[in-house]
Each structure stands twice: as structure tokens, then as C-alpha cells.
Design a protein around this ligand. Structure first.
Ligand code: AHM
Ligand code: MG
Length: 339
């Protein structure tokens, strides 16, 4: 968008976007607004969780074998309700729902499928660390519950919009509708997201890498050699890189977008539970990939482009290497045995 000025409120910005691209944005603007509204409610719950008894576990284990936190459930309820209310969504895939949720009552207007992770980085919840929400929006393909596979199992290239919300010192809503990358910061005194960065571009190369290095000895030798390369001293190529890792992909992704560098969650070849890493294709890797590519970055498994992977199941995991274009290309050199 050309005329948006810093400080413009998200609803006004979305109206303008709809005016400029009515075909694409007519309902998408409403849907993005609903997601932003849910994220304000989630930010409110996160902010007072220690006081309202909503920290800690529910005692349940999800379909992926992970312990479920109370805030995972609460955030999921908030965002599912907001999506249902929009009347624009036929199907929801959520990290917190074992199966895709087909909204029976959704009518003709329900032309979108939304995949999401309501609280990403859940391990940070109980220590007042940064967490996030990922969302990924695709057009509905089929009609009815028997068409779920056609709706749900669409590659990242089919995303019409994607983004994340970062609940940090400030709450930041970042989205793309394939028109560049826009960031809005929540002004808590107004209760409104205001435009804070427009047309974000990732640096061509960064100086940090971000990975859970505790898994070093369970990685494939390609990953180990890449990380050893990044931490080797070499003045000519400005190494070593610094290590930054929060345990919240949204926070690590946000820093990588703004300052450049690499974020990785590689395959754990020695961990039978994580042969393809930890992150989920539909609602973590794919939205992150669209966001980063819209900023001029790249997202890869090392050998395949994340956006081009054809999903085979809703909670499928995928190795992820994402960030500055030159840094991702360097990583691919290791995975494709050019180094
Ligand atoms: P989650 O959705 O269950 O929170 O898992 C995803 C998170 C990412 O935000 C983060 O990058 C990663 O898991 C951290 O995992 P680990 O503790 O294995 O490093
Ligand atoms: Mg997650």
C-alpha cells in the first residue's frame, strides 16, 4: 500500500487495502481483523494468567503426545470462536485440535480454511517468556466434510494470507496478503493495533543463528557441519555468528526478519519421535515461509522449498531452515553436499 502512514489503525488500514484490491481483500480484510481481535483477547489472558490461575497444565496430552497447557486451550477457544463468528471460515486446523474442525453451520460465505497454532512456544508460558500465534489462510476447495482433505492438504503456495502475533514487551501483529509484510503494534491505551513497520525487508545476510543446540549430537552430519561452520572464527566472512534462541519460534523469527540470519529446527536423526524435526508444516513452517519470502527471505528443508511441499497429513512435521537469502543458500550448500 502506498499511502499508509505509521500509526494508522489496523481497521483503517484493512479498509484501504480492500479499497485497493477489492477482489482479494473483500472478505480477507474481515478475517484478518477477526484474528487480530482474538489476538488482543489472547494477549489479555497471557498478561494476567499468573493472577487468574491459568498457568500450568490441564493434565491432558494432545494428539502429538505433548502436554497441554491451560493457556493453549483457552487461546484455541478464543481464536476458534472469532473465526466462527466471522462466518467466513469453513474449516480450522489447529495444533490444539486432534482433527480438522469442519464448521457445519458455515454457509456460502465460508470460503476460507485457516490453519493455526494458537500459542506457539508454549514452554515459555509459565516463565513469562515470549510466545506467539501463527495463522495461515487458504481458499476453500471442496464443499462438505468429505472434502476436508482437499481443503486442508494444500501446499504453502496456496496461502492467500499468513502471519503471526508476537506477545512480547509489546504485542505485534504481522501479516501478509501477498502484498509485502506489514507490522502493527498494539497500543494498550487505545486497545488498537497501529501500523509500526511497512514493507519489512530482511537483510540479505545476518550475524546470528538460532537453533536448539542441545540437540547437536542428534542432528544429521549436514546440520552439525553447518553449525560448526557458523561458529568458526573467520574474519573474511564475518564469522563466528552469534547464537540467539528463545524457545519461541515467533520471537526468533521476528528477530531474524528484522536483523537477518538463520533460524533452524532440523531433523533429529537419533530421536525416533522427531525424524523430521518438531515444527508443523501447515500452521508453523508454511506461514513463516510466506512471511519471510514476502520480506525477501527464504525457507527450505535444506533440499526442498517449504512452500512447495505437498502436505499429506494435518499435523505433519518438517525440518525448517529459514531466514536471510544468503544464509539459507549457505545452509543448502551443506545439505546438498556442495560444501
Ligand atoms: P509448540 O507449538 O508446541 O510450542 O512447539 C513449537 C516451538 C517453537 O516455537 C520453538 O521454536 C520450538 O518449539 C522449541 O522447541 P525446543 O524446546 O525443542 O527447542
Ligand atoms: Mg507451535
Amino acid at each position: 500500500m502506498e499511502i499508509a502512514s505509521i500509526g494508522q489503525a489496523l481497521p483503517r488500514y484493512l479498509i484501504q487495502a480492500e479499497h485497493e484490491r477489492p477482489e482479494t481483500m473483500r472478505d480477507l480484510a474481515t478475517l484478518l481483523y477477526q484474528i487480530s481481535l482474538a489476538s488482543k483477547a489472547i494477549a489479555r489472558e497471557l498478561g494476567r494468567a499468573a493472577l487468574t490461575g491459568t498457568l500450568g497444565m490441564t493434565g491432558e496430552v494432545n494428539v502429538q503426545g505433548e502436554l497441554v497447557k491451560k493457556l493453549d486451550v483457552l487461546a484455541n477457544e478464543i481464536i476458534v470462536e472469532a473465526l466462527e463468528d466471522s462466518g467466513l471460515v469453513s474449516t480450522i486446523v489447529s495444533e490444539e485440535l486432534d482433527e480438522p474442525l469442519y464448521l457445519e453451520k458455515a454457509g456460502e460465505r465460508a470460503k476460507y480454511v485457516v490453519c493455526l497454532d494458537p500459542v506457539d512456544g508454549s514452554s515459555n508460558i509459565d516463565v513469562n517468556g515470549i510466545v506467539g500465534t501463527f495463522f495461515s489462510i487458504r481458499d476453500r476447495k471442496g464443499q462438505g466434510p468429505d472434502q476436508l482433505a482437499a481443503d486442508v492438504l494444500q501446499p504453502g503456495t496456496a496461502q492467500v494470507a499468513a502471519g503471526y502475533v508476537m506477545y512480547g514487551p509489546s504485542t505485534v501483529f504481522v501479516y501478509t496478503a501477498r502484498d509485502g509484510l506489514h507490522a502493527f503494534t498494539l497500543d494498550p491505551t487505545l486497545g488498537e493495533f497501529l501500523l509500526s513497520q511497512e514493507g519489512i525487508r530482511i537483510p540479505a545476510r545476518g550475524k546470528t543463528y538460532s537453533v536448539n543446540e542441545g540437540n547437536f549430537h542428534r542432528w544429521h552430519p549436514y546440520t552439525r557441519r553447518l553449525v560448526e561452520h557458523l561458529r568458526t572464527i573467520d574474519k573474511a566472512t564475518d564469522r563466528p555468528y552469534s547464537l540467539r534462541y528463545t524457545g519461541s519460534m515467533v520471537a526468533d523469527l521476528h528477530r531474524t526478519l528484522l536483523e537477518g540470519g538463520l533460524f533452524l529446527y532440523p531433523a533429529d536423526v537419533d530421536d525416533p519421535k522427531k525424524p523430521t524435526g518438531k515444527l508443523r508444516l501447515l500452521y508453523e513452517a508454511a506461514p513463516a515461509a510466506l512471511v519471510v519470502e514476502q520480506a525477501g527471505g527464504r525457507a527450505s528443508t535444506g533440499t526442498e522449498q517449504i512452500l512447495e511441499i505437498q502436505p499429506t497429513s494435518p499435523h505433519q512435521r518438517v525440518p525448517l531452515i529459514i531466514g536471510s537469502p544468503e544464509d539459507v543458500a549457505l545452509a543448502e550448500d551443506f545439505y546438498q553436499e556442495r560444501r
